[in-house]
Write a protein that binds this ligand. Structure first.
Ligand code: ZN
Length: 147
């Protein structure tokens, strides 16, 4: 589906250049840094959690277009969602960028990143924001890694 591929590429370029929810969160209850040594992507995720819900989420840092676009799309997807929803969505997303098939309906715009499965090095860029969020919500010590 070349038309869909093009559309998805535009979405990644757009979010990579103009990331949504970019910047520090003043009332953050959780802050964590994630680092992908293979590419040099470094992002910090800020979450304000209220009664088991991701009330607000943002990120900042520096990285390649894929990591920035993935973080941007992820913050859009997770804002206002229950914390327990994260694992399920990440599992679907991981399946999409690493597996053979992609259930685009459940993922919405996140499916735009499905193309990275052809580039194993880029999979780490796409999943870095997710690993960081999961580390936050599990209150793991130290910084998250895409490894
Ligand atoms: Zn990267």
């Amino acid at each position: 589906m070349p038309v869909l591929d093009e559309l998805y590429q535009e979405l990644i370029i757009d979010h990579g250049r103009n990331p949504r929810n970019f910047g520090k969160l003043k009332n953050a209850t959780h802050i964590k840094e994630g680092y992908n040594p293979l590419c040099g992507d470094k992002i910090t995720i800020y979450i304000s959690e209220k009664q088991g819900v991701i009330d607000d989420i943002s990120f900042d840092g520096e990285g390649c277009a894929i990591s920035m676009a993935s973080a941007s799309l992820m913050t859009e997807a997770l804002k206002g969602k229950p914390v327990k929803y994260v694992d399920q969505l990440f599992a679907d997303f991981q399946h999409c960028v690493m597996g053979q098939t992609c259930e685009t309906k459940a993922l919405g715009k996140l499916a735009a990143l499905a193309g990275v499965r052809k580039f194993p090095m880029r999979v780490k860029c796409a999943t870095l924001p997710w690993h960081t969020v999961r580390a936050i919500l599990k209150d793991e010590k130290g910084s998250a890694s895409s490894e």
